[in-house]
Design a protein around this ligand. Structure first.
Ligand code: FES
Length: 167
């Protein structure tokens, strides 16, 4: 059931879960989402208090000019060591991970069956896809499950408070 839930609704603190939380869907906290229309439903207000179960990450700094060819994708405090996330950069979802304090970025799409790698898990520098468990070395993109496959690795630079990725 856990895999099916991940396939349908994404990881608990993944992009889909956060979007549901922002839209008032309320799947945070690990419970099953309630998609049933309810007469007591009221549209979320922008003045409403933040969802206490939602993950709060510092916004990417807007006052940093990234190096030529790079884009600012996260605040340096955006991910704790061992965390991974999907971020949108240049209109494309990429997977960014904090590996023991070092940021690494790779393609967000798993070559096996298009799983969202940014919703996977990281142990050391090994990223595991949430769908069927293929694993990848974040340092070189090589797949440990299927050595004939690799994913794109993006160069990362830290500038001030910004994590910058070359696209
Ligand atoms: S989609 Fe199957 S392992 Fe990633």
């Amino acid at each position: 059931m856990g895999l099916l839930r991940t396939l349908l609704f994404g990881r608990e603190n993944g992009i889909r879960s956060n979007l549901r939380g922002m839209l008032g869907g309320g799947a945070s906290g690990g419970g099953q989402p309630d998609w049933t229309p309810d007469s007591s439903y009221s549209a979320p207000s922008y003045d409403a208090a933040p969802d206490p179960g939602a993950t709060t990450r510092p916004e990417p700094p807007r006052d940093v000019t990234p190096p030529e060819g790079f884009e600012v994708v996260l605040h340096v405090g955006g991910l704790e060591p061992g965390e991974v996330s999907e971020v949108i950069a240049g209109g494309t979802a990429i997977c960014v991970a904090n590996v023991d304090g070092e940021y690494m970025a790779v393609s967000n799409t798993c070559p096996h069956a298009d799983g969202p790698l940014g919703e996977g898990s990281v142990e050391g520098s090994v990223l595991t896809c949430p769908y069927h468990g293929w694993s990848f070395d974040l340092k070189n993109g090589k797949c440990k499950t299927n050595p004939s496959v690799e994913i794109q690795v993006f160069e990362v630079q830290i500038k001030g408070d910004a994590v910058c990725v070359r696209l």
